[in-house]
Ligand binder design. Structure first.
Ligand code: AHN
Ligand code: ZN
Length: 336
């Protein structure tokens, strides 16, 4: 079932006569009404949910493991099957503990001929340990929400492009690797207080921002998705996004409101967090926002209590949250 949104453009020409009392006022105001319909395909949150399940079924997607490799291959295959032009950026980075990580960013492009492009991104790796848990803290997490949810929304968008008319704008979907390999965190400590830690996060976006897949790559704006599938998730206007790209934040939050999703997209600020969008802004100079869950009452700066624990599995995923995010993004892309 398709949804139809009508866009009415009123172009008013109002030419007023001079202001002096003597001058004769001639009313030449008129309206030209241009109407065209934009068909936005319907985001299917059952399908997005299945894309999370599929990733989780590989097990934790920790760099240098077989599950990571297999899931990467699956993502490439899936994006190719949806008609994208897919590039893989394979590189090595040294982690905080000296481990050499074999990483790959996966980039899926649509309408590459259009110079106006929107960049959507999420990280596809998962955290190698459950450092905020009370049990099995050295075991890797499944990352249903932290990792898989953002990727799943992007896959569902790609699936829509394949089975419907694509939007006019160019779209690049980037799946960053190595986002979650930061040092162990103390559960009680706000992450931003320890500046030393931060460079170990976001290895894939740090690499891409300095080595874009196309030399001189640029985008109109970017949107990062991080933890976009949790039950009762709330998306606040995150500090880094407001610092670098406030207009993009306003635009996205307005679209969400137009669709009735202002219960998810809260028009209040939340603290800035270290995430992939920071490097895309700072080094690639592309204004990029982060749609990321924020829980003002969280014990676990700044996300739900499942964050970086073994509770981050399918049980905390909610299709309504996926729907709110995915539908907002499709609506945005088709009106760009
Ligand atoms: C920190 O916790 C430092 N930044 C949040 C980035 C992140 C981790 N997103 C998912 N996992
Ligand atoms: Zn994480």
């Amino acid at each position: 079932m398709k949804q139809f949104y009508s866009l009415l453009l009123y172009i008013s020409f109002v030419v007023l006569g001079g202001c002096s009392p003597e001058s004769k006022k001639v009313d030449t105001s008129r309206s030209i009404k241009v109407q065209h319909s934009i068909t936005v395909p319907s985001f299917n949150s059952d399908s997005a949910y299945n894309f999370i399940q599929k990733q989780v079924d590989f097990g934790p997607r920790v760099p240098n493991t077989a599950a990571h490799h297999q899931c990467g291959d699956y993502l490439v295959k899936q994006l190719k099957s949806y008609g994208a032009n897919v590039e893989q950026q394979v590189f090595n980075e040294t982690a905080y503990d000296g481990t050499l990580l074999q990483l790959r960013n996966i980039i899926a492009s649509y309408n590459s001929e259009n110079p106006k492009r929107i960049l959507l991104a999420a990280h596809w790796d998962t955290r190698p340990y459950a450092d905020k848990d009370t049990v099995d803290r050295d075991e890797p997490i499944l990352g249903a929400n932290d990792g898989a949810s953002g990727v799943a929304v992007l896959l569902e968008i790609a699936r829509n492009f394949a089975s419907n008319k694509k939007p006019e704008v160019g779209v690049d979907l980037i799946l960053f690797d190595g986002e979650d390999y930061g040092e162990h965190e103390d559960i009680d400590q706000p992450p931003l207080k320890n500046g030393r830690m931060q460079i170990w996060w976001c290895l894939g976006s740090q690499y891409w921002a300095k080595n874009p897949h196309e030399p001189g790559y640029n985008a109109y704006y970017g949107i990062l998705l991080d933890m976009v599938g949790g039950k009762n998730a709330r998306f606040y206007q995150e500090g880094g996004s407001m610092q670098y790209a406030p207009k993009v934040v306003k635009k996205v939050w307005k679209k969400a409101r137009d669709l009735g999703y202002d219960g998810y997209f809260i028009r209040e600020n939340s603290p800035g967090i270290m995430d992939d969008h920071i490097f895309v802004n700072r080094d690639a100079k592309i204004p990029m926002i982060n749609i990321v869950e924020y829980d003002p009452n969280s014990k676990h700066y700044y996300f739900g209590n499942y964050h970086h624990t073994h509770q981050d599995d399918m049980d905390i995923i909610d299709k309504y949250t996926l729907q709110a995010v995915g539908e907002t993004l499709l609506y945005l892309l088709y009106h760009e």
